[in-house]
Write a protein that binds this ligand. Structure first.
Ligand SMILES: [Zn+2]
Length: 297
């Protein structure tokens, strides 16, 4: 038993001794390792700092050389159409409470077309011109100005002759000759938007079908200035005809002849100012909108 005790005691001492050596080695290893790690971290941090400083130096020097070698880049604002949402709704015929007005000027151009264009430019609004073919050097420039200033140049036949309704082939040839003339003058592909002389009620189904077959969107109106009659209304009457008319519709197509009727031209500022103040938007016509028609086929 005694021997066994001694053996046990010796064995215990040996274990404790070994354990202490092991702990000592472990402590040295850990502290040494920690020291080594702290050196590595600190070295890495310093290297990062150096790299950052160098990068910063490089950036400054590259910026400096860029200024010396190339002119400064002028940042241009991205041009966005402020009316793109309204136009999308027009394309989808989603027009409830849209408050859009299409001013349309028929039978021009005339020597008064520049006055109308100047007026539209003053208010920064766009309109649609249903012209005929007036082949003169003076008027040729106005077809070009209409397009150049962002308005829609549309087709109202070359001759405005009601006899065309007796022969749909003659009607289409008359329409095509105006289109050729307009596109030659303006050098641009024009939208196929058409208004029958006197409106579609004045035409007939054969002629309307021919126009539709040729790819035209034909357009009448739902608001009239009243200036199409032989007795032109007084200025305040034209104003109220158009203003009150537009208040009735989500989308108004206004028929007037401002290029050839003095009273209509004189009425335009009050009409435009009043409707702008009431939140209406004046837009140029596009071929893929839905418009009012008196005779639908
Ligand atoms: Zn007309």
């Amino acid at each position: 038993m005694k021997k066994h005790k001694q053996k046990t005691g010796f064995f215990s001492h040996k274990i404790v001794g070994n354990l202490m050596i092991y702990l000592l080695v472990l402590t040295v290893t850990i502290s040494g390792g920690a020291f080594a790690i702290s050196r590595i971290v600190s070295a890495t941090e310093s290297e990062q700092e150096v790299t950052q400083v160098e990068a910063s130096d490089n950036q400054e020097s590259s910026q400096a050389s860029a200024i010396e070698e190339t002119p400064p880049v002028i940042e241009r604002p991205i041009e966005t159409d402020p009316y793109s949402d309204i136009k999308e709704r027009l394309r989808n015929n989603d027009t409830q409470s849209l408050k859009v007005v299409f001013l349309t000027f028929d039978d021009g151009p005339s020597t008064h077309t520049p006055e109308v264009l100047d007026l539209l430019a003053t208010y920064n609004i766009k309109a649609t011109f249903f012209t005929n073919l007036h082949d003169s050097d003076d008027l040729a420039a106005y077809y070009q100005r209409i397009v150049a200033e962002g308005h829609t140049l549309a087709n109202h036949t070359s001759s405005h002759d009601y006899d065309l309704y007796t022969n749909s082939s003659a009607l289409m040839a008359d329409i095509q000759s105006l289109r050729d003339y307009q596109m030659q003058l303006t050098g641009t592909e024009l939208p196929k938007i058409f208004r029958f002389p006197g409106g579609s009620l004045n035409a007939n189904e054969t002629c309307i079908q021919a126009v539709v077959n040729a790819g035209y969107n034909y357009v009448d109106w739902n608001v009239s200035s009243g200036d199409g009659s032989s007795t032109v209304p007084e200025i305040p009457v034209i104003e109220s005809n158009i203003i009150n008319g537009c208040r009735q519709y989500d989308v108004s197509v206004v028929l007037c002849h401002a290029e050839i009727k003095d009273n209509t031209r004189a009425a335009l500022p009050t009409i435009i100012e009043t409707l702008l103040a009431e939140g209406y938007t004046f837009l140029p016509m596009e071929a893929d909108y839905t418009y009012p028609r008196q005779l639908e086929i």
